[in-house]
Design a protein around this ligand. Structure first.
Ligand code: ADP
Ligand code: SF4
Length: 669
C-alpha cells in the first residue's frame, strides 16, 4: 500500500550543520547493556535500525576518558584507537543503509564511581559519587578543566576517525557537564556561581568540539529543558536562559528533561509525547534543528509535532527498539504493522543489570548478531509438520505468528473467549492498558496468515491432542499465582494460607471484589503487588501493602518506576509495611513479622491477596511428555516476565526443525 502523502513530511531530509539526515526519524542515543564489551552485537543492533529506515542512528553514552567509568553499567568508550575500530564496525554498517551515525560523548563526573578504572571521580565541587557509593569526587581545578576539554576534543577526533557524522556534547542527566550547569555548582571561579559562569564549560566544549571536528561532523548538544517539578508543571526558567545564551552555537539541540522517569516514563505514568508541554518552547529560541523523544509510535502524533514546529526530528529510543522497521512501515503505508512499544521499560533493565538489552515486543532485540535473528525475516519451515499450540497468551501467540510466518500449518487453541492470556487480564489493571499491544500486534499478524487456524473457547485435554494427532505439540498454558505464599521469603506454605480469606491476583483479575480491609502480601517485588494494591484502593477498600523488601515493587528500580510507584501508593492512602513478612493468617486477622527483629503485630484483615510466586500450569505436558513430540514454552515452562514468554515462543518457532547447536546457543564475543 502506498503511504499517505501527508506523511511525506516525515521523510524530508534535514540539514544538521555540515551533514544531512535523510529523513526525520532519529534514533537518539540509548543504552543497550552492550557498550564497549560487545561491539559486534552492538553494531548489528544499530545496523538493524538503519536498515529499518531510521535516518540517524546514535550510540549509547560513550566515555571520553577512564575518569568516567560507569561499571557495572556498560557504557561505550572512546579512550583510544582500539575503541575507534570498535565504533567503525557500527558506523560502517549504519552508513551502508544511508543513515547518519552519531556518538554521544560522555563524562559522568560525580555519577561515575570508577569501580573499574579506579581513577578519582571528578566534579565541579567535592560531592558524593556513584550510586550511594561511599566515595566523593575531587573538586576540579583549572588544570582539570583544561584536561577535560582536551579529552573531549581528542575523543571527538577519534569519533571523526571512526566515521561518525554527529558528535554530541552531553549536558544532561546529571552527568559532569550538567553538574557544572546545576545551581549546586557554587565554585568561586569563572566556572561556577552565576548562570553565565555555570554555562561556561558547556559553551567552551561546544566551541572547541566544533573547531576540532565541525568541518565534517555536526555537533549536537543533549540538554534538559527543565530542572524538575511535576510532569505537568516543570521548571524551565534556568534551562531557557541558558539555551538562549547558546541558542545557535551547536548544530542540533537534542532536548530532554532532567528526570529519567519522566523522559522515559513508562506507560503506567506517561503518555505518548509526554515531554511536549515541557520542551515546546525550545524552537522559539533557536534557529537550529531540534530533536526530542516521547515514545512516539503514532505517525499522526509525529506529523503533528513537526507541523506545529515542536521538533524537526522525531527522536526515539524505545519505539526503535520495539520496532526497528517503524520508519519503513510508515514509508510503505503499513502503519498498522508497527510493533508498538508498550512502555514497560524492560529494555532499560539490561543496562541497569549490566546485561544485553531485551524487549517485550521485539524478541529479536539484542539477538541480531549472536543469533542472527532479524525482526522482519524468519527462515522458511524445515518440514511439513502440523503444529498444535495450546494456549494463546504472549508465548502461544508469538509462537503461532512466527511459526505461521515460517509457513507451518498451525492450529492455536485457547480456552478463553479472548486471546492474549495474562496480557489481556493484566492490561485491565490500573495503568497497564498499553500492555494489550503485545496481544494486538500479534492478532493483526495472525489475521494475515491463512495457515494459522485459531480456536477460541477450546479447553484442550490429553485425549483431544491424541485424537488430533499433530506432528508437534506446543504447550503454552501459562501459570497461576500461588495461594500458599511460597516464594522468596517463605519456602513452605504460610500457616492459614488455605483460609477462604486468601485470594490471589488471578482472582482480582477475574473480577473478585474482596472485602476490606485487605493486606496485599508482595514477595514478588515487580509490578503486580503494587498494581493490585492500587486497584483495590481505587475500588474504595482499606489496603495495606506488606513486603519483606525495603521498598514497594523494588525490582522496578530497573524500569525507572520505583519512586513513582511508591509515591502513587502513598498518595492513594495505601498503608505500607516494608521489611515485613506475613507470618500467619488467622480468622479475621493476620500476624505480621518484622524480618529484622522478628517482632510480631496482629492486624485485623478480611482479605489477603497473596502475590508471591506462580505455579506453572503444565499438566498436559506432564501427561504426554513420554508419548508424543511435545514441548513447553512461556510461563508454563518457567514463569517470568511477558518479555520472557514472548522470547520463549519466538525461540521455539525459530529453532523447530533447525540443527541443534553443539556449544552455546549463541555466538560469543
Ligand atoms: P504465557 O505468558 O506463557 O503466554 P498465559 O498465562 O499468558 O501464558 O497464557 C496461557 C493461556 O493458555 C491462557 O490464555 C489460558 O486460557 C490458556 N490455556 C490454559 N490451559 C489451556 C488448555 N488446556 N486449553 C486451551 N488453552 C489453555
Ligand atoms: Fe517498549 Fe517495553 Fe520494548 Fe522497551 S521493552 S521498547 S518499553 S516494549
Amino acid at each position: 500500500m502506498p503511504r499517505d502523502p501527508r506523511f511525506d513530511l516525515l521523510f524530508e531530509p534535514v540539514r544538521i550543520g555540515p551533514v544531512t539526515a535523510p529523513n526525520r526519524f532519529y534514533q537518539v542515543p540509548h543504552c543497550t547493556g552492550m557498550g564497549y564489551r560487545r561491539p559486534q552485537s552492538l553494531a548489528a543492533l544499530r545496523e538493524m535500525k538503519a536498515e529499518g529506515g531510521w535516518g540517524t542512528v546514535c550510540t549509547e553514552y560513550c566515555s571520553i576518558h577512564p575518569s568516567s567509568d560507569d561499571e557495572p553499567y556498560p557504557s561505550a568508550s572512546l579512550w583510544d584507537d582500539q575503541d575507534v575500530d570498535r565504533h567503525a564496525l557500527m558506523v560502517d554498517k549504519v552508513h551502508a543503509h544511508g543513515a547518519l551515525a552519531g556518538v554521544e560523548l560522555w563524562h559522568g563526573g560525580a555519577v561515575s564511581a570508577n569501580h573499574y578504572s579506579r581513577e578519582t571521580p571528578l566534579g565541579p565541587v567535592s560531592l558524593p559519587a556513584g550510586v550511594n557509593d561511599p566515595v566523593q569526587t575531587r573538586a576540579m581545578d583549572k588544570t582539570d578543566i583544561r584536561e577535560l576539554k582536551r579529552w573531549h576534543v581528542e575523543a571527538a577526533r577519534r569519533a571523526q576517525r571512526a566515521g561518525f557524522d554527529i558528535v554530541y556534547v552531553y549536558a544532561a542527566h546529571s552527568y559532569l557537564i550538567h553538574q557544572f550547569l546545576a545551581p549546586s555548582n557554587q565554585r568561586t571561579d569563572e566556572y561556577g556561581g552565576s548562570l553565565e559562569n555555570r554555562a561556561r564549560l558547556l559553551r567552551e566544549l561546544i566551541v572547541e568540539t566544533k573547531e576540532a571536528v565541525g568541518d565534517r561532523c555536526a555537533v549536537a548538544v543533549r540538554f534538559s529543558a527543565s530542572t524538575g517539578g511535576d510532569d505537568e508543571d516543570q521548571d524551565t526558567d534556568e534551562p531557557r536562559e541558558m539555551l538562549e545564551l547558546m541558542s545557535d552555537l551547536p548544530d542540533l539541540w537534542d532536548i530532554t528533561v532532567q528526570d529519567y522517569s519522566y523522559e522515559m516514563g513508562t506507560s503506567r505514568f506517561t503518555e505518548e509525547a509526554g515531554l511536549e508541554k515541557t520542551m515546546s518552547w525550545v524552537k522559539s529560541v533557536t534557529g537550529k534543528p531540534v530533536v526530542s523523544v516521547g515514545r512516539f509510535t503514532s505517525p499522526e502524533t509525529m506529523l503533528r509535532l513537526v507541523r506545529q514546529g515542536v521538533v524537526d526530528l522525531i527522536g526515539a529510543a524505545r519505539p526503535s527498539i520495539a520496532d526497528p522497521f517503524l520508519p519503513q512501515k510508515i514509508a510503505e503505508g503499513r502503519d498498522d504493522e508497527i510493533r508498538e512499544c508498550i512502555g514497560c521499560n524492560i529494555c532499560y533493565t539490561g543496562d541497569q543489570t549490566g546485561t544485553p538489552i531485551r524487549c517485550t515486543q521485539n524478541p529479536t532485540m539484542g539477538e541480531e548478531w549472536r543469533k542472527g535473528w532479524h525482526p522482519e525475516h524468519i527462515p522458511v519451515k524445515g518440514s511439513d509438520a502440523r503444529i498444535l499450540i495450546v494456549g494463546g497468551g504472549p508465548a502461544g501467540l508469538e509462537a503461532a505468528v512466527s511459526l505461521g510466518k515460517r509457513g507451518y500449518d498451525v492450529t492455536l487453541a485457547e480456552a478463553r473467549r479472548e486471546l492474549g492470556g495474562r496480557v489481556t487480564l493484566e492490561s485491565s489493571l490500573p495503568g497497564l492498558t498499553q500492555w494489550a499491544r503485545v496481544r494486538d500486534w500479534r492478532l493483526n499478524q495472525l489475521g494475515k496468515l491463512a495457515n494459522v487456524d485459531v480456536y477460541l473457547e477450546s479447553v484442550i485435554d490429553e485425549e483431544q491432542i491424541l485424537e488430533f494427532a499433530p506432528d508437534r505439540v506446543v504447550v503454552a498454558t501459562g501459570a497461576e499465582w500461588r495461594r500458599s505464599g511460597v516464594g522468596r521469603w517463605h519456602e513452605a506454605p504460610i500457616p492459614g494460607w488455605d483460609s477462604p480469606s486468601v485470594i490471589t491476583p488471578d482472582d482480582v483479575m477475574a473480577g473478585t471484589t474482596p472485602r476490606g480491609p485487605v493486606v496485599v502480601f508482595d514477595d514478588d517485588h515487580y509490578y503486580m503487588g503494587g498494581v493490585i494494591a492500587e486497584a483495590l484502593r481505587r475500588a474504595g477498600l482499606e489496603v495495606t501493602l506488606v513486603t519483606p523488601a525495603n521498598e514497594v515493587s523494588t525490582w522496578t528500580t530497573h524500569t525507572e518506576e520505583q519512586h513513582r510507584i511508591q509515591a502513587r501508593i502513598l498518595k492513594l492512602g495505601i498503608a505500607v509495611e516494608t521489611g515485613t513478612s506475613l507470618a500467619r493468617i488467622n480468622e479475621g486477622s493476620v500476624l505480621l513479622e518484622s524480618i529484622h527483629t522478628g517482632e510480631t503485630t496482629e492486624v485485623e484483615v478480611a482479605t489477603v491477596v497473596m502475590t508471591t510466586s506462580r505455579e506453572p500450569l503444565d499438566p498436559l505436558y506432564q501427561a504426554l511428555a513420554d508419548r508424543i513430540p511435545i514441548e513447553r514454552i512461556g510461563d508454563c515452562l518457567a514463569p517470568g516476565t511477558i518479555a520472557t514468554a514472548v522470547y520463549s515462543g519466538h525461540r521455539y518457532a525459530r529453532e523447530v526443525d533447525a540443527a541443534t547447536p553443539t556449544g552455546p546457543a549463541f555466538r560469543r564475543e
